[in-house]
Design a protein around this ligand. Structure first.
Ligand SMILES: Nc1ncnc2c1ncn2[C@@H]1O[C@H](COP(=O)(O)OP(=O)(O)OP(=O)(O)O)[C@@H](O)[C@H]1O
Ligand SMILES: [Mg+2]
Length: 280
């Protein structure tokens, strides 16, 4: 991003708290999370399972309310910041943790779901989607059904649906979680290229340290539940990036900075498990 254009926050989260009834008692899931994502940035959130990452994205997307704290989302379709959950609904492209493709719809008709929900006639929506199937690696598979696709293709179909929602803020919850290592690397490189050409603001949840560093401008590390931000790491590696960056010394230095607090968290989770007699 050019340094002489003013940086606009697209998402600003201040001191967000959230609790749920878990195992029969009220338990805190998010304990005062602060996070800022500026226009055009790629930000990743990493943290142990159950620390509230998906809860945080649900809150940003307006699918859930925080108990307290402030969320501001500034999207292209409105110049005012939307502080309420209902005000944020439909303002982000959200790819949830499962790809949630509808098995009875063809690939093409799955990708146009967001357009149809916005009232675009089906024929027109299909024409719009067809323009992108090649870039998303779906050409020739438009009329197949989801069960006949590979895992990587299913993810790309879900991606295209998310991108066709036409929002400039995109939330991705572990989009590569279910993929084998090779397909995952291919998808990461593909997403890098796509993002560099699309001018979107992206928030990505991942468990994969390499993935977070390779893709992001900044990484937020959350603690185990209740989640709070324990480290904010700026990833000042040059762009455009390619996968071979992961073997560079600069990458290794950043990885060590992220791994150290992550390791101590894992150790404290393990010792808490031992003291309550639980095993991992
Ligand atoms: N609607 C809900 N009602 C009750 N408990 C919930 C609800 N949503 C999430 N939780 C609980 O809140 C905690 C955090 O869940 P969340 O899905 O946000 O974690 P996560 O960090 O995304 O985990 P993972 O990495 O496994 O996806 C979990 O203990 C989960 O069971
Ligand atoms: Mg999750």
């Amino acid at each position: 991003m050019s340094t002489d254009t003013p940086v606009q926050p697209k998402i600003r989260i201040d001191s967000v708290h959230k609790s749920y009834v878990i195992d029969g008692r009220q338990q805190e899931v998010l304990a005062g999370v602060d996070l800022t994502v500026n226009e055009g940035e790629f930000v990743s959130i990493i943290g142990p399972s159950g620390c509230g990452k998906s809860t945080l994205l649900n809150i940003i997307a307006g699918l859930d309310q925080p108990d307290s704290g402030n969320i501001e989302l500034s999207s292209e379709n409105s110049d005012k910041h939307s502080g309420t959950a209902s005000g944020r609904l439909g303002r982000t492209g959200y790819m949830q943790q499962k790809d949630l493709l509808l098995p009875w719809r063809s690939v093409l008709d799955n990708t146009i779901l967001g357009l149809e929900l916005r009232g675009v006639p089906r024929k027109q929506a299909r024409e719009q989607a067809m323009e992108f199937t090649e870039a998303f690696g779906l050409q020739g598979f438009e009329h197949h059904y989801p069960y006949a696709l590979s895992g990587g293709m299913r993810q790309r179909a879900a991606f295209l649906r998310t991108m066709l929602m036409g929002q400039d803020v995109v939330l991705l919850d572990e989009p590569f979680g279910a993929l084998d290592a090779l397909t995952r690397v291919q998808m990461q490189e593909w997403l890098l290229q796509l993002w560099e050409s699309m001018n979107k603001t992206i928030v990505l949840i991942t468990h994969d340290v390499d993935e977070a560093l390779l893709l992001s401008d900044r990484v937020y590390l959350l603690t185990a539940r209740p989640g709070r931000v324990t480290l904010v790491l700026d990833v000042d590696l040059p762009r455009p990036r390619h996968y071979d960056l992961v073997t560079s010394p600069e990458f290794g230095v950043l990885k060590a900075r992220l791994m150290e607090p992550l390791r101590s968290q894992i150790q404290s989770i393990q010792s808490a498990g031992r003291s309550t007699g639980q095993t991992a």
